[in-house]
Design a protein around this ligand. Structure first.
Ligand code: LLP
Length: 416
């Protein structure tokens, strides 16, 4: 375990979380280097070359996290020009990058072409035409995978379900053949593969494998039509337990995918895991400002809010919240809420936590879609981020200062 108690105090690897909080302040994101390595290796061990793993940058895009993964030989799944720039700044290679995203701009396409990415995951017929034009202007051929929407129900939260035909993502299965034939015929497009991503936080292999079967059928059909398909990218979506859910058996899923793909043959497989690599590798440390007895229930008012960790407010997501200094389990039930002026600003409802002003709490499994979704709402500087490796800890992002928050703003000069 990367986060566990020693003599009643919570540690990240060999570092005391209460010392980190004293040194760097709260709210504070703390990441475990070891946990990231182990999570990555769990995938890599069952994914022999030429199969590729492209870490989904949106889950946690801190340069230190990207650098750890680049050193492990990771590829990257990006959704913006900004994410590509981050990957390059962190030491990742453009040739290991796949570019997802429903509304790529011309400028983003041009930048990615100039950098020489591995492929564009194209999400519509219109995007394909635009990419062909941009590639033509660059005198290049754009490597392309078509994102197909297999219309399978991933049975996850509606906001993070992406593979239904009612979602905005990908090309409908019924139109895939037509778009693929068009791609094959365009002068500056090099058809390379197919991809899909059916949603996030999925804990059963069944929807992934249903989608894979549909994608493999389509590949056989397209190959019959003379379309060259050398890879299948099954996207991300592999979930982690946040509460009492049973874990997804990653190795079984990976092996079964390879078995099914082998029946079709000559196919490089790809995955884009995000949450599964960093989710349980991070915690958010927060300090209790007040304990406020209420009429029906008590509140713990803490110094981290929805602007620091948006998942509870946005998806009613559950995150374990535990004391950094263990204490006798109390009987009191509290809502753990933040300082932001919104009723939706909570980190946890109806929790058994006994804590008082000044105590530290750790919000668990906050490594994915934590800092990356944070904002400056209520003019709150974003939290600092620390990475721990064994007994050493290093700030990998400074806490924002107030003046940084209004950098670029200006008071309007009114005409006389
Ligand atoms: N590939 C594509 C094309 C994606 O859209 C995503 C995530 C991933 C890969 C990585 O998915 P993962 O392995 O992390 O599930 N903010 C939400 C999750 C949104 C996921 C969006 N797409 C949350 O906090 O639960």
């Amino acid at each position: 375990m990367s986060f566990d108690y020693r003599d009643g105090a919570l540690y990240a690897e060999q570092c005391s979380l209460s010392e980190l909080a004293s040194q760097y302040g709260t709210p504070l994101y703390v990441y475990s280097h070891q946990r990231i390595l182990e999570n990555w290796r769990q995938f890599a061990a069952h994914w022999p070359a030429p199969h590729k793993l492209c870490y989904a940058v949106k889950a946690n895009s801190n340069l230190a996290v990207l650098n750890v993964l680049a050193q492990l030989g990771a590829g990257f799944d990006i959704v913006s020009g900004g994410e590509l720039a981050r990957v390059l700044a962190a030491g990742g290679k453009a040739q290991d990058v796949v570019f997802s995203g429903v509304a790529k701009s011309r400028a983003e396409m041009a930048y990615a072409l100039e950098q020489g990415i591995y492929c564009f995951n194209v999400e519509s017929a219109a995007e394909l035409e635009r990419l062909n034009e941009v590639a033509k202007a660059h005198g290049a051929a754009a490597p392309v995978s078509l994102r197909v929407n297999p219309d399978v129900d991933a049975q996850t939260h509606p906001y993070i379900s992406t593979g239904l035909k009612s979602n905005k993502f990908g090309i409908a299965m019924a139109q895939a053949r037509e778009v693929a034939l068009r791609a094959q015929s365009l002068s500056h497009i090099k058809m390379q593969g197919l991809d899909c991503h059916i949603g996030s936080q999925i804990l059963s292999p069944a929807p992934f494998l249903d989608a894979a079967d549909l994608m493999l059928q389509l590949i056989e059909q397209l190959r019959g039509d003379g379309v060259a398909i050398s890879h299948l990218d099954m996207g991300g979506g592999m979930g982690i337990p946040y509460q009492h859910e049973s874990e997804l058996d990653v190795s079984a899923y990976l092996l079964e995918l390879q078995k099914r793909a082998a029946r079709v043959g000559n196919l490089t497989l790809m995955l884009e895991p995000g949450r599964a690599i960093v989710g349980n590798a991070g915690v958010l440390l927060t300090r209790v400002e007040y304990h406020k007895p209420g009429v029906d229930k008590d509140f713990l008012l803490v110094d981290a809010g929805m602007n620091d960790l948006m998942r509870p407010a946005l998806y009613q997501a559950y995150h374990d919240i535990i004391p950094v200094q263990q204490c006798e389990a109390g009987t009191s039930i509290v809502d753990v809420v933040g300082p932001v002026c919104e009723t939706g600003d909570f980190l946890g409802h109806a929790r058994h936590i006994t804590a008082n002003e000044g105590d530290l709490l750790a919000v668990m499994n906050a490594g994915a879609y934590g800092f990356t979704m944070s904002s400056n709402y209520n003019t709150r500087p974003r939290a600092a981020e620390v990475m721990v490796a064994g007994a050493s800890a290093q700030v990998v992002r400074q806490r924002e200062t107030l003046s940084e928050l209004w950098k670029g703003e200006q008071i309007m000069e009114m005409p006389e």
